[in-house]
Ligand binder design. Structure first.
Ligand SMILES: NC(=O)c1ccc[n+]([C@@H]2O[C@H](COP(=O)([O-])OP(=O)(O)OC[C@H]3O[C@@H](n4cnc5c(N)ncnc54)[C@H](O)[C@@H]3O)[C@@H](O)[C@H]2O)c1
Length: 433
């Protein structure tokens, strides 16, 4: 049996703990041996959870890399704009890296990290967790088998429901580019761009155009008479779809974001939570009062590939239900499915049948390929990626077919940056990648 894999987690917040939790489920496979995070309250909570020695907890990456190498790899789960500056010292120290998406916030950073990883000879895997789900990985296998022929066109769509949109992209840390450095299409949908380009199997994108807008938010759209805080002074508190009372107290959604401001406080009561929403908690503020700095809530991207195929991606924030759809049309057949349903259909051209086609329904639950992903976030992808990364680094093997190496992810990131350039300039932009 392979030896236990030792990891230092850099940024032990929401995502850091999602990946670190694999060590609790599979202690023989993974052990968290260090933490780098400037937040003392969070570090102490997580240090106890994963039984990390105090001397292996660091406030800064510089202090961590000053120590001799004591782990097999690092999980970098810091925020988007910190990825490059925290990853470079770690690669230079000789650690392999599992790095959160988006791994870079502009083109220069993409090339900088790629150059350092090459120079240091380190493995870098980007957390495009959707690739690891049975849904997308089995679709990829069908595409690669040649069953549907050459792809003529591919459509993908991500619907982000109204409460997810509000918590992350209106009230939360991705509400403005000035604050988080990543537009919504990068922060939320670089996964979808990765899936789209992955299915195209290294056929390069050549031209891109994009449109998007902020349709729902901004001070000018605030309902007449609405207050500053839902639970303090707003007459719409019991009817508004973005009501903090409805979403965070009644329905207890998105706790890891909403209660960050009272994290570490002992014996938190519902009254403490209510009081925070009425006074200092940013998630208690009216959604129409935030500075948006040009952020959009929906965006469409159209791509022409070098071989003449086309692709489109639609990001729609504010939907009733979150949902990802994919429809790939090939010269011999097509695949159409919805990620959340865990089902897709494969249709094959069959000119001698009455319909002109035959259809097969694939229920992904029946495939049962990946038991290790059971009950994990992103359809199991959050857990499977950790196993896949360990096997790749530890086994000294080639990356698996679904592994998003840095070089793979470079293309999707560059495409997203060009989509933003196209949206902002309202022009068709050429992509060189
Ligand atoms: N793969 C996915 O599906 C997915 C989903 C959500 C978020 N993300 C990405 O994961 C990353 C982390 O998001 P999150 O919601 O977990 O954030 P978070 O705020 O919960 O956690 C980030 C942590 O980094 C720490 N930190 C800040 N500065 C640091 C530094 N210099 N060195 C080390 N640690 C530092 C913070 O104290 C915090 O604990 C982001 O890049 C985000 O876009 C990925």
């Amino acid at each position: 049996m392979a030896k236990q894999f030792k990891v230092v987690v850099m940024g032990i917040g929401n995502r850091g703990s999602v990946y670190a939790n694999v060590s609790l489920e599979f202690p023989e496979k993974l052990k968290i041996v260090g933490i780098v995070d400037p937040d003392p309250v969070r570090t102490e909570l997580m240090r106890k959870r994963y039984n990390v020695p105090k001397e292996n907890c660091f406030i800064k990456v510089e202090d961590f890399v000053a120590r001799d190498k004591f782990a097999d790899a690092v999980f970098n789960c810091t925020m988007d704009h910190l990825h490059i500056k925290t990853s470079i010292p770690v690669l230079e120290k000789g650690y392999d890296l599992l790095l959160e998406k988006p791994f870079a916030i502009n083109e220069a950073e993409v090339h900088e990290l790629s150059a350092v990883a090459k120079k240091c000879g380190r493995k870098v895997v980007i957390c495009h967790v959707l690739r690891y789900t049975d849904f997308y990985s089995s679709i990829k296998k069908v595409v690669d088998s040649g069953e549907i022929g050459d792809i003529i066109s591919i459509e993908t769509c991500e619907h982000i429901n109204y409460h997810h949109l509000a918590v992350s992209f209106v009230r939360g840390k991705w509400r403005s580019e000035k604050l988080c450095f990543a537009p919504m299409i990068l922060a939320k949908s670089c996964h979808d761009m990765d899936i789209l380009l992955w299915m195209m199997n290294k056929t390069k994108p050549k031209y891109i155009s994009s449109f998007g807008d902020d349709f729902q938010f901004g001070k000018e759209r605030k309902p007449k008479g609405a207050g500053l805080r839902c639970m303090a002074d707003c007459p719409y508190v019991d009817e508004c779809r973005f009501s903090a009372k409805a979403n965070y107290l009644s329905a207890t959604r998105w706790g890891h974001y909403v209660w960050k401001c009272i994290e570490g406080k002992e014996n938190v009561t519902i009254e403490d939570k209510e009081e925070s929403l009425k006074t200092f908690n940013p998630y208690g503020k009216c959604v129409w009062d935030f500075e948006r700095d040009g952020n959009v809530d929906h965006q469409t991207v159209i791509i022409k590939f070098e071989n003449g195929a086309t692709g489109s991606f639609n990001m729609i924030g504010g939907s009733v239900k979150s949902e990802r759809n994919i429809h790939i049309v090939g010269t011999l057949g097509e695949i159409k499915g919805t990620f959340e349903d865990s089902k897709y259909v494969i249709r094959r051209i069959a000119p001698f049948t009455s319909n002109g086609y035959v259809e097969e329904l694939v229920d992904v639950k029946d495939l049962g390929d990946d038991k290790i992903g059971a009950n994990g976030g992103h359809g199991g992808g959050d857990k499977i990626i950790v196993h896949d990364f360990i096997d790749y680094v530890q086994g000294d093997k080639e990356p698996s077919f679904r592994c998003t190496t840095l070089e793979d992810s470079k293309i999707s990131h560059l495409t997203v940056f060009k989509a933003e350039e196209a949206r902002k300039s309202e022009k068709v932009v050429k992509i060189d990648c």
